[in-house]
Write a protein that binds this ligand. Sequence first.
Ligand SMILES: [Zn+2]
Length: 230
Amino acid sequence: MTTYVETTVNEHTIALASDIRSVGALTLSEDPADIAWLYHLVVNDEWRDYYVVYVGPTTSDRLPLLPSVSMHTPMPVRIDSGCITGMTFGDKSCECKDQLDAAIQLIRSNGQGFVIHVPSQDGRGMGIDFKLKTLNKQLLEGQDTVQAARDTAGSHLIDRRTYHGAIACLKVLGIDATHALNIATNNPDKIAAFRNGGLTIAEETRIHIKPTMLTERHLQAKKEHLNHSL
Ligand SMILES: [Zn+2]
């Protein structure tokens, strides 16, 4: 069933059509009773497919059963961009998989929360072909992630992701301004998107991943050029 969700894009309110296509049970530990839910949502924005992992109780319709008042522990929420090189093939030059694992651990220890995964936002929204070119420049020519992206784009456009679709997913799943959220991110753009999208940020959690020899420069470049926290 299509639901139209109001959200704010560049100070304009728009209605995004959002569909929950399916929901399935996952086990995140050896305990078969330790169930998490995976929702596939389709939103009519340019990113289209969204996968939301939810940990917590559900209604009989398999929708999140959310606290009815705002006086609860803020629910951890993370928006997670696709990274086929790191998450699927285990490339060690980025920390994406470690960040995803840390976010899932955070929501599991809290008992309730969401990770919204946006596969089409690979390469900071520039796409996988763009990203592979930047990886060549990083691994073969010694550039950092931001230099490589600027060099490949031929401009300063290095992050074209938007987050209103991810916020629409949360709204379709029942989150509104009465729910206190704990945003797990190092990226100031994501925090701004939640505030502009009319949701309540009660807490922010930085995801600290210990740098390796391969990721140290990558993390430092994100801090220096994209204002990310380490
Ligand atoms: Zn990555």
